[in-house]
Design a protein around this ligand. Structure first.
Ligand code: GYE
Length: 330
């Protein structure tokens, strides 16, 4: 039995080896995906999915700026699954792209595939979300927002609004995708900030997976289980927009009976804020494409780049949203 399974495994390894060799040969041939010497840079990009308005704007930014920069983009949509991202990265390695960039759906579990890219000599750039790898040599740089700061800005605004409160202020929280950097960090930033006032209490906190449908379904449960909800903190606009439907259906007035704070500031979120349905948004810019293309060129040219590039962003009240909406790009 033991010998049999051992032999079988041995065979599997040989077969896999032949397959890889075959694929590598294909990649090198004239009919491969990437002509040997066309001088054009190829970027393999693995996107999280299409869960939110933010993500759509981010995908558009990356596609448009690749075209503008003359970079050949191989774009893969992982549909929210880490295993799909790992597969896409392995494909990019086999296709011998010049640079790999991706927005990791969750923070953990990337070391093996990042090591494979490093061993193949293909530089990796993280965009939007980071990884928790201890070995920082596995990627060249991380370009994106400071999510802890966003949560903190949201919390600080609430502390200021409720500074005269004498009794408990009940907060419900819609978290982003479990295990993702923005969900972990926004929760932390917000929690740290509201600790300044012991009246402010998060009475329920659950994931709505960054989607409208998730935000609506979880808010319905929150409303059923908790007779007094004063504040909703949603980790993105889309979950807040979904929650609006649940709040209205429960006979409450969003923005008045329940104060709503979100993050992102995408168009529909800004409209809800201008309309007084949301009360405050901490901005998170999805327009990472132009900077990414610039970095791809620099990395390939062997230039030294900073290991962390932080996106600049602000916050919006209803009045500020009204003023900003006409010229907003996303
Ligand atoms: O806030 C959310 C999206 O990673 C910053 O992902 C991004 C987040 C964004 O689904 O809307």
């Amino acid at each position: 039995m033991l010998t049999k399974s051992f032999t079988r495994r041995g065979l599997a390894v040989v077969t896999a080896g032949l397959l890889v060799a075959g694929m590598a040969a294909c990649g090198n041939s004239d009919t491969g995906d990437k002509p040997a010497d066309d001088g054009k840079l190829t970027l393999g990009f693995s996107q999280v999915g299409a869960e939110s308005g933010w993500r759509t704007a981010n995908t558009n930014s990356i596609k448009e700026s690749a075209t503008a920069a003359g970079i050949e983009l191989k774009f893969d949509d992982a549909q929210g699954k880490q295993e799909n991202q790992i597969k896409a990265i392995r494909n990019f390695i086999q296709q011998k792209v010049d640079v790999i960039a991706f927005s990791p759906v969750v923070e953990s579990g990337w070391d093996t595939v990042l090591k494979e890219a490093k061993d193949a000599g293909i530089p990796v750039i993280l965009t939007d979300r980071s990884v928790d790898s201890a070995d920082k040599s596995l990627f060249k740089t991380f370009i994106g927002s400071d999510f802890v700061k966003e949560g903190k800005l949201a919390g600080e605004w609430l502390v200021e609004q409720k500074k005269a409160a004498t009794g408990p202020v009940n907060i419900v929280e819609l978290q982003g995708t479990t295990g993702s950097a923005p969900a972990n960090d926004r929760k932390k930033g917000f929690g740290d900030a509201i600790a300044a006032n012991p009246n402010l209490k998060v009475i329920a906190s659950q994931t709505g997976d960054f989607t409208r449908a998730g935000g609506k379904a979880v808010m319905e449960q929150f409303l059923k289980a908790n007779p007094k909800i004063d504040v909703l903190f949603a980790h993105n606009d889309d979950m807040g927009l979904g929650a609006l439907e649940a709040i209205t259906a429960a006979g409450k007035v969003p923005g008045k009976d329940i104060t709503i704070i979100t993050i992102d500031a995408v168009h529909d979120g800004m409209q809800a804020l201008a309309d007084g349905k949301f009360n405050f948004i901490a901005e998170c810019s999805p327009l990472l494409g132009p900077q990414l293309m610039d970095l791809v060129k620099k990395v390939k040219a062997g230039e030294t780049i900073p290991t962390r590039i932080e996106t600049q962003e602000g916050t919006f009240t209803s009045e500020q949203a009204k003023a900003a909406l006409p010229t907003r790009k996303y």
